[in-house]
Design a protein around this ligand. Structure first.
Ligand SMILES: Cc1cc2nc3c(=O)[nH]c(=O)nc-3n(C[C@H](O)[C@H](O)[C@H](O)COP(=O)(O)O)c2cc1C
Length: 276
């Protein structure tokens, strides 16, 4: 047994142990707006439901350990106390990861990660159309847990409207765990798909992925390449040499690229798409 005093650990090490031990954690995919109405979208796994009446969810955008800066989501809910909390299923996990890229303030991650903005009914931030459940919330309190890097900020959000895709319901009208197909966060690069177990997702590119909006049109409109496939292709820091607007229009090349993506071979997938 290891016996550790948190005060004697470096923050990244402490963070690693806590995140490895406390899991799987549900993922809050938070849509917010700034004072000018610019939209932001980011995932948060320090998250759960804490009360049914009133219906309260809490998530925590932390101060960065690296440089003690704060997340855009926190700035936004302090300026405009509204958030849409979307849940994340397996079909959107790679796009959700791409949306966690640290794009500059004002960049709309719906666009970069290829999600559809659906207008909300009670709050200003849009909903993620692809998410099986979308919860419009008013932020009722923000509690800072400290001023140093790594300190969390509890964002307490009261649900004002629930949107549930009927396709995830069973015959009794309840949410079916197989159909909702939720994913959750573990330590390191690990995630858990509730119905089948562990899998890894490469961290977003620290040089900033180009985003799905920057992919050649033929690839974006592909019927073969899924959102998860496109998100992995869009996690490169520049369009590979030779890529152009019509790259990847050949169906066989798309099929081959899909196989490479399934094996985690993103570079080879790009080569096939460019060379056809
Ligand atoms: C699945 C997942 C869960 C995350 N959970 C958290 C979290 O709970 N707290 C946090 O501060 N950052 C978390 N992050 C990192 C943020 O999403 C990331 O810093 C993002 O760029 C913040 O965006 P924003 O500045 O637009 O709010 C998570 C990232 C991923 C991929």
């Amino acid at each position: 047994m290891l016996h550790l005093d948190p005060n004697e650990l470096q923050t990244p090490e402490l963070h690693g142990y806590l995140l490895g031990a406390i899991g799987p954690r549900p993922i809050c995919f938070a849509s917010t707006v700034d004072e000018e109405g610019k939209v932001n979208l980011a995932p948060y796994s320090f998250f759960n439901v804490f009360s049914a009446r009133p219906p309260i969810l809490i998530f925590s955008p932390a101060r960065r350990v690296r440089d003690n800066t704060v997340k855009h989501t926190l700035e936004n809910v302090q300026a405009v106390p509204e958030v849409v909390i979307n849940v994340v299923n397996y079909a959107m996990v790679q796009q959700m990861s791409l949306a966690s890229t640290e794009y500059p303030k004002g960049v709309n991650e719906f666009v970069k990660a290829g999600f559809t903005m659906e207008p909300s009914q009670t709050v200003r931030p849009p909903r993620v159309k692809e998410a099986p459940v979308q919860l419009e919330c008013k932020v009722v309190n923000v509690v800072s847990l400290g001023a140093q890097g790594g300190a969390g900020n509890l964002v307490m959000a009261q649900v004002e409207r629930l949107h549930i895709n009927q396709e995830i319901l069973n015959a009794q009208g309840q949410i079916d765990p197989e159909k909702i197909d939720l994913v959750s966060r573990m330590g390191g690069n690990w995630y858990s798909r509730a119905k089948s177990g562990l899998f890894e997702v490469a961290k977003p590119n620290s040089d900033l992925g180009i985003g799905i909006d920057a992919l050649p049109r033929a690839m974006r409109q592909s019927k073969i390449l899924s959102g998860n496939d496109l998100a992995q292709l869009a996690n490169v820091s520049a369009l590979p040499e030779g890529a152009h607007e019509h790259s990847g229009k050949d169906i066989n090349a798309q099929k081959k690229a899909k196989q490479f993506i399934e094996q985690g071979a993103i570079e080879q997938a790009w080569q096939v798409l460019i060379q056809e």
